[in-house]
Write a protein that binds this ligand. Structure first.
Ligand SMILES: Cc1cc2nc3c(=O)[nH]c(=O)nc-3n(C[C@H](O)[C@H](O)[C@H](O)COP(=O)(O)O)c2cc1C
Length: 248
């Protein structure tokens, strides 16, 4: 591949094995600066980061997420949907903000957080660091909210680990569904998507074998196993407790 940015993006994978070396303060500052330049809906800048470097606090997050791998990271970053910031703007001009009480509000926050997360991960990779997105911060959201001291109108929607990758323990790049069932010309093609799922089920199963994880199921079983239950049952009530409600 001829372009280093494309190469980095195409080769990306989640990193869960770290050496334990520290991320330098100057690198962290550069990664944060790049992340902050990500676009946001209406330039509302309704995303804040809480950067956790205290190892005991990272261990606590690891415990709350139920994921021991998080504790090996040097740094943990929580991506917070932050309509507290925009409420300050509303206050400045004497207006009542209601965006967090609409379905649109939660979509805006989720999209902007995803863009920030992807930017953060790409910036980290550009400096040689490894990351994994952590949806697990929604497993015990009330405790995460308390730990990070998040005010009303904010929500810890996703997190990311950050650390120096242990090259000896890296997995290979994970394959994806066939590209023609991912990007479709002009119109959605449900048949192609179904074919892609069936083909990918086999591909992923073999990939797990090649990683030495022979107990992992294929795409169908893995995905269906999660998506047939409410796997983070505290999300709706903690969203409401933080002031997010679908009143529209
Ligand atoms: C929003 C989001 C949340 C995720 N949450 C977790 C998580 O809590 N723990 C984890 O180990 N991986 C998590 N992942 C990583 C996915 O499992 C991973 O991206 C997927 O298996 C593809 O593997 P790859 O990133 O190595 O290509 C998350 C990914 C995304 C995008």
């Amino acid at each position: 591949m001829s372009n280093p940015v494309l190469e980095q993006l195409t080769e990306r994978r989640s990193v869960r094995a770290f050496t334990g070396e520290a991320v330098s303060e100057s690198d962290l500052a550069e990664i944060i600066k790049a992340t902050q330049q990500a676009p946001t809906s209406i330039n509302g800048q309704q995303i804040s980061l809480v950067v956790v470097r205290d190892k005991e606090r990272i261990a606590r997050i690891s415990e709350l997420a139920g994921q021991p791998a998080i504790a090996a990271a040097d740094t943990f970053v929580a991506f917070v949907v932050d309509f507290n910031r925009t409420a300050e703007a509303a206050k400045l001009v004497g207006t009542e903000q209601i965006v967090e009480r609409s379905a649109e509000g939660i979509l805006v926050g989720a999209v902007d957080a995803g863009i920030a997360l992807a930017t953060f991960q790409a910036a980290a990779a550009a400096l040689g660091y490894g990351t994994t997105p952590i949806g697990g911060i929604r497993r015990n959201p009330a405790k995460i909210i308390a730990l990070l001291e998040l005010p009303p109108r904010t929500y810890p929607i996703v997190g990311s680990t950050l650390g120096v990758p242990d090259q000896e323990r890296m997995t290979q790049r994970k394959p994806r569904v066939p590209v023609e069932s991912f990007a479709m010309p002009e119109r959605y093609d449900a048949e192609k998507v179904a074919e892609g799922v069936a083909a990918y089920d086999e591909v992923l199963r073999s990939w797990w074998d090649a990683q030495g994880l022979t107990k992992m199921a294929g795409y169908a079983q893995e995905t269906a196993g999660v998506y047939s239950r409410i796997y983070y049952p505290d999300v709706a009530k903690t969203l409401r407790a933080q002031g997010f409600e679908f009143t529209d």
